[in-house]
Write a protein that binds this ligand. Structure first.
Ligand SMILES: Nc1ncnc2c1ncn2[C@@H]1O[C@H](COP(=O)(O)OP(=O)(O)OP(=O)(O)O)[C@@H](O)[C@H]1O
Length: 241
């Protein structure tokens, strides 16, 4: 059974008020279908405005579709009950492009990474500290980074903190929404290599959303092209066809 099945998902935005001129009726995503297997990576490639974030938000449970179904581990997510939704929030995590704005600047790295553990698991402070140290090590940071605050870290380091937080609960799936877009090439490659390594170590699947052909080609097992709201899954991907 596939980990995630999107079946004919449609979400269109109705243009109202000021947006009436800017957003022609019907923008969004239309009849999107794809499957994602456990431990694999599907790249969603699309240019600005293609509907990438819309799709990401639907998968994260933040935006109910108008029609279609999203089945995760055999459960129809948008028609599921409270406890299944809680499990969904735990099993599907996200890493966004803008690592700095995704975190509270007053919190320490330890607090940021420990947040999901505090929400879902009961750990003593000693257990929490060693869990956070282990997570930081997994993403190539050190235990001495624990006491730092976001302002004391580089963009690449902050994105590693975000990744450590995203993997804290050993999710089944991570939505990577342009996770390396704001970084220079060397840091991009480091982060992507680290994410690849984590995929092998913890068996997480990824939905890798990006406008960057080379990053998607380098990182994803399969690629789907999102073009003005419609999705075409390609088994093999040649950017020039
Ligand atoms: N809340 C909204 N109300 C109206 N239209 C919206 C809304 N959100 C997105 N849209 C429109 O839907 C389309 C898809 O937007 P979306 O943000 O999903 O695209 P994207 O591929 O993520 O773009 P980008 O890479 O620029 O972030 C765009 O034309 C956008 O203007």
């Amino acid at each position: 059974m596939s980990l995630l099945i999107a079946d004919e998902i449609t979400k269109t935005y109705s243009a109202t008020g000021w947006f009436r001129k800017q957003t022609p009726e019907g923008k969004g995503v239309r009849e999107i279908s794809f499957t994602l297997e456990e431990g694999s990576c599907l790249g969603i490639l699309g240019e600005s405005g293609a509907g990438k974030s819309t799709l990401g938000r639907i998968v994260l449970g933040l935006l109910p579709p108008d029609s279609g179904t999203l089945t995760f581990r055999g459960i129809d997510l948008y028609r599921s009950g409270r406890s299944e939704r809680k499990q969904w929030r735990r099993d599907i995590q996200v890493v966004f492009q803008d690592s700095y704005s995704a975190m509270n600047p007053r919190m320490t790295v330890q607090d940021i990474v420990a947040e999901p553990l505090r929400n879902y698991e009961r750990k003593s402070s000693k257990e929490e500290r060693s869990a956070v140290a282990e997570l930081l090590e997994l993403v190539g940071l050190g235990a001495d980074d624990m006491t730092k605050r976001p302002k004391q870290m580089s963009g690449g380091q902050l994105q590693r903190v975000n990744i450590a937080r995203a993997i804290a609960l050993k999710p089944k799936l991570i939505v990577l929404d342009e996770p390396v877009s704001s970084m220079d090439m060397i840091i991009q490659k480091q982060i992507l290599d680290h994410l690849k390594e984590l995929k092998e170590k913890i068996g997480t699947a990824y939905l890798f959303i990006s406008h960057d052909i080379s990053a998607v080609q380098y990182f994803a097992d399969r690629v789907a092209i999102l073009d003005r709201g419609t999705l075409e899954v390609r088994e093999s991907f040649d950017p020039f066809t």
